[in-house]
Design a binder for this molecule. Structure first.
Ligand code: NBP
Length: 475
């Protein structure tokens, strides 16, 4: 063999990743695609890459030096299983198969187990950054064994984005840990995008600013605490005019947000882990709500405030929205890291949350300055029970407190939906409460289902004879 690494699947992600690999010193890249025209097109367009093409899986395996390393970049699902089966026919024990697609982490756990039995190593690696990231440097979240990481680490480090001198890749944990963390990354991305969209809506409808004016506000915000790729591209989108109509582009885009399912996976997984990721859930539901035009048409005449005008003093209101956005974002990230903690506990993955924050600083969609603060928080206290209780975040939540409440009240009063802002505030007030009405819920559960309760003043488990004389019995 003459190539030290191979890529299977040469659609946009695979061909860009292959070009990224080929551009790094010391790499020779074998390429294979089910439909051979794509392989030929890639070779024609990029002779500089020095790709080693293969037209069969046998040829692909023969072109790779041992232990063989192949990265699969095909449509997640049945395609991934099909390619794994083909590679297992031609690979040998000790070789490494990497799935760089957006696999659902339970599939990765299943595949890793099955492939390991053949002696071949299997690594599920989450790759974030879209086509641009794949070409110039993505954030990479590999799972799999320590043995695979020893071989794979240098290759992945060579192609990953670099943030503050460090490559945006770390060995996340065994089997599905990498795809799990990639899933939560996408969930956090949903929440971040929804929070930014709510901030835009509140400023637009609340103060009458135009999209171009709001673009300038976001550009200004991007020089402070909120500095991030998503804030930056938001300003770009809001600034964009539509050539055909002359209107702001955001006014001609149909207001129905799509989804490819990773937000829903994050929420479904959180529900089974018992982790409240309310920000991610509201963001996912907000996309669903937007995409039911028939229901929206039927509901359009329901009563509510007509012409929202939130603020007489608009500069102050805009600053309030900025503070509320930052506070809600802290909650959303805190919830996402809580899901990573719970997932790691459930699957016995030894995930370092600070290392995750660091590899998200470059290459991926949620890249932001803010992630340095998260890394600092976990460096200072590795067993932090909840991210938002770290001093930097506590201080920010204290600073944003009054503004956050004013914005949520103003939104409710004006009839402007702010589900992520308001659910984040409710979560915040819930988690910090001395006493919760959960006591009443537990009483109700004991009444109709004899589910028992514990007492604040003594140990033990109790039930009240609700349909009898209502005395308390210890059970
Ligand atoms: P697609 O997800 O559109 O998949 C197309 C590729 O899959 C083609 O190479 C196709 O081969 C191959 N393929 C399929 Br479909 N079924 C196959 C099978 N049974 N056997 C062999 N090959 C098969 O490509 P993409 O948009 O480049 O994404 C690749 C992966 O990266 C996906 O898992 C995606 O979720 C993930 N990802 C994408 C992004 C992004 O921004 N697009 C970001 C991060 C991760 P053919 O040419 O013969 O049809």
């Amino acid at each position: 063999g003459t190539a030290n690494v191979g890529v299977v699947g040469l659609a946009v992600m695979g061909s860009n990743l292959a070009r990224n690999l080929a551009s790094r010193e010391g790499n020779t890249v074998a390429v294979f695609n089910r439909t051979e025209e794509k392989t030929r097109a890639l070779l024609d367009e990029h002779p500089e890459a020095g790709f080693v093409p293969a037209s069969t899986y046998e040829e692909f395996a023969a072109r790779l030096s041992k232990p063989r390393t192949a990265i699969i970049m095909v449509k997640a699902g049945a395609g991934t299983d099909a390619v794994i089966d083909e590679l297992l026919r031609v690979f040998e024990p000790g070789d490494i198969i990497v799935d760089g697609g957006n696999a659902y982490f339970p599939d990765t756990i299943r595949r890793e187990k099955a492939v390991r039995e053949t002696g071949v190593n299997f690594v599920g690696a989450g790759i974030s950054g879209g086509e641009e990231g794949a070409l110039t440097g993505p954030s990479i979240m590999p799972g799999g064994s320590d043995e695979s990481w020893a071989t794979l680490g240098p290759i992945l480090k060579s192609i990953a984005a670099v943030a503050e001198g460090e490559p945006c890749v770390t060995h996340v944990g065994r089997d599905g840990a990498g795809h799990f963390v990639k899933m939560v990354h996408n969930g956090i991305e949903y929440a971040d995008m929804q929070l930014i969209a709510e901030a835009y809506d509140l400023i637009r409808r609340g103060t009458g600013r135009s999209p171009a004016e709001i673009a300038e506000i976001f550009a200004e915000w991007n020089t402070g605490d909120l500095e991030s790729y998503l804030i930056e591209i938001t300003a770009e989108v809001l600034r964009q005019a539509d050539a055909e109509t002359g209107k702001p582009l955001v006014d001609v885009i149909l207001d129905q947000a799509g989804a490819k399912g990773t937000g829903a996976w994050t929420v479904q997984t959180a529900l089974s882990l018992g982790v409240p990721v309310s920000g991610i859930a509201e963001a996912t539901f907000a996309r669903s709500l937007s995409s039911h035009p028939e229901q929206r048409a039927a509901a359009a005449d329901l009563p509510g405030p007509q012409e929202p005008s939130l603020a007489t003093e608009t500069e102050g209101f805009i600053e309030d929205v900025r503070l509320a956005l930052f506070a809600s974002k802290i909650v959303a990230y805190s919830q996402g890291f809580d899901e990573i903690r719970a997932g790691a506990a459930e699957h016995a993955w030894n995930i370092d949350p600070g290392a995750i924050a660091k590899i998200w600083r470059g290459g991926c969609i949620i890249r932001a300055q803010f992630l340095n603060r998260i890394a600092d928080a976990y460096a200072a206290e590795p067993d932090l029970p909840l991210l938002m209780t770290a001093p930097y975040f506590t201080e920010a939540l204290s600073r944003g407190q009054a503004a956050w409440r004013r914005v949520v009240v103003a939104a409710a009063r004006a009839g402007i939906p702010a589900p992520a802002f308001s659910s984040s505030l409710s979560y915040y007030d819930g988690i910090r409460a001395d006493r919760l009405p959960a006591a009443l819920v537990q009483g109700q559960r004991d009444y109709f289902g004899a589910h028992t309760y514990k007492r604040v003043d003594k140990p033990g488990t109790f039930h009240r004879l609700w349909s009898g004389d209502r005395t308390e019995v210890e059970v």
